[in-house]
Design a protein around this ligand. Structure first.
Ligand code: PLP
Length: 378
């Protein structure tokens, strides 16, 4: 078998596989983005967004991938004066630093090696100094497959009075993210991860306090301008219309499944992936307790480089996984199991991995990975 993008088992860390219902709704003729039909689409999206965020409030959709949402959040909310705390343990933590430095007067970074959570104690110690005006954190560090412990840090952020600004791009609709309980002021989602729509839109939820704190930063990504237009079911600039149609369908699919059920399914798939990897003798990058439920990051099997292993999966078995990023490039590979990823995807992927390892003489116990998956199926 050779690689065929139309039929591949597609488990990269996002974009994820797109549901056929979502694909179909995008093949509409051009719509007038200032006409009644499209205003109706925007209104439905507004009504559906609380299904994704798990709460109501000020919520906007921006044309632009997740990074546009991050830039919108940081440019509109990072105070121009005072010290901003950035928590970083991977490629997206580094991106946060780079964006925030463009808008903040002073930045302190609490960092951890890629593959480990940042230290809640170290972050608390910074907050206790009393001068932090905003805390910026990635919830799920996609590059290293680590879920950071935002919940443990949340009370200290609230006590400090700092704004709590979160990159939830690979966690929303994949990991529990109780925005209100954790006192999060702004959080960004991407269309191509847990929602399973194509890349190209970002969604931002804002607390009342965040709405009051908005200031003009970027022109195109001005959250104030987007909120104002959305009141009339409109967008300030020409939106990516087919992607809005896709988002509406993806949100409807999420409502039909239910957020809790989506999170539970993602969690079970993650547990099965970790168990199957262990059965094949593959080592997780993070410790199991810190591992993400949306992305499993694994060291390359002994004797294989990233290129040889993933190329074999792709060329021989039509299975697409993802390599490492930044300093982890070539050292790890990642399995994305969010959105519409499901049990057959895991069964095919791990069967192919077992076969590759067996042919290379590294025979794991036959069928052990598949048993680990089957045992965790509902
Ligand atoms: N933040 C996180 C945690 C991500 O996983 C990603 C994408 O993988 C981004 C930011 C960047 O999003 P995009 O590539 O959609 O701009």
């Amino acid at each position: 078998m050779t690689f065929d993008p139309e039929t591949a088992t597609f488990l990269i860390a996002g974009p994820v596989r797109i549901h056929p219902r979502i694909l179909r709704v995008m093949s509409m003729p051009s719509l007038n983005h200032r006409g009644d039909y499209f205003h109706g689409v925007v209104q439905e999206i507004k009504e559906l967004l609380p299904v994704l965020f798990g709460t109501r409030g000020a919520q906007v959709v921006l044309t632009g991938s997740g990074t546009a949402g991050l830039e919108a959040m940081y440019s509109s909310l990072v105070p121009r004066q005072g010290r901003v705390l950035v928590l970083s343990n991977g490629n997206f933590g580094e991106r946060t630093q780079e964006i925030v430095r463009r808008f903040a007067a002073e930045v302190t970074v609490v960092s951890a090696p890629w593959g480990q959570r940042w230290s809640v104690d170290a972050a608390r110690a910074e907050l206790e100094k009393g001068d932090v005006v905003a805390v910026c954190a990635v919830h799920n560090e996609t590059s290293a497959g680590v879920a950071n412990d935002l919940g443990a840090l949340a009370p200290a952020v609230r006590r400090s009075g700092a704004l709590f600004l979160v990159d939830g791009i690979s966690s929303l609709a994949g990991l529990p993210l109780p925005i209100e309980a954790w006192g999060i002021d702004a959080v960004v989602a991407g269309s191509q991860k847990g929602l399973g729509a194509p890349a190209g839109l970002s969604m931002v939820h804002l607390s009342e306090r965040a709405v009051a704190a908005l200031h003009p930063g970027s022109y195109y990504l001005d959250l104030g301008a987007h909120l104002k237009s959305l009141r009339d079911n409109d967008t300030p600039w020409t939106p990516a219309v087919p992607l809005f149609l896709a988002l509406r369908e993806a949100l409807q699919l999420l409502r039909e499944e239910g957020l809790e059920a989506r999170l539970e399914r993602t969690h079970r798939l993650a547990e099965a992936s970790r168990a199957a990897a262990e059965a094949l003798g593959l080592k997780l990058l993070p410790s199991p307790a810190q591992a993400s439920d949306t992305v499993t990051a694994l060291h390359n099997p002994e004797g294989f480089t990233d290129a040889t292993f993933r190329k074999l999966l792709e060329r021989e078995y039509n299975v697409l996984l993802q390599g490492g990023q930044g300093s982890l490039k070539g050292k790890i590979f990642r399995i994305g199991h969010m959105g519409f990823a499901d049990w057959p995807d895991l069964l095919v992927t791990f069967a192919a991995m077992e076969r590759i390892l067996t042919k290379a003489g590294r025979a794991p116990a036959r069928g052990s990975a598949l048993s680990a998956i089957v045992d965790r199926m509902p």
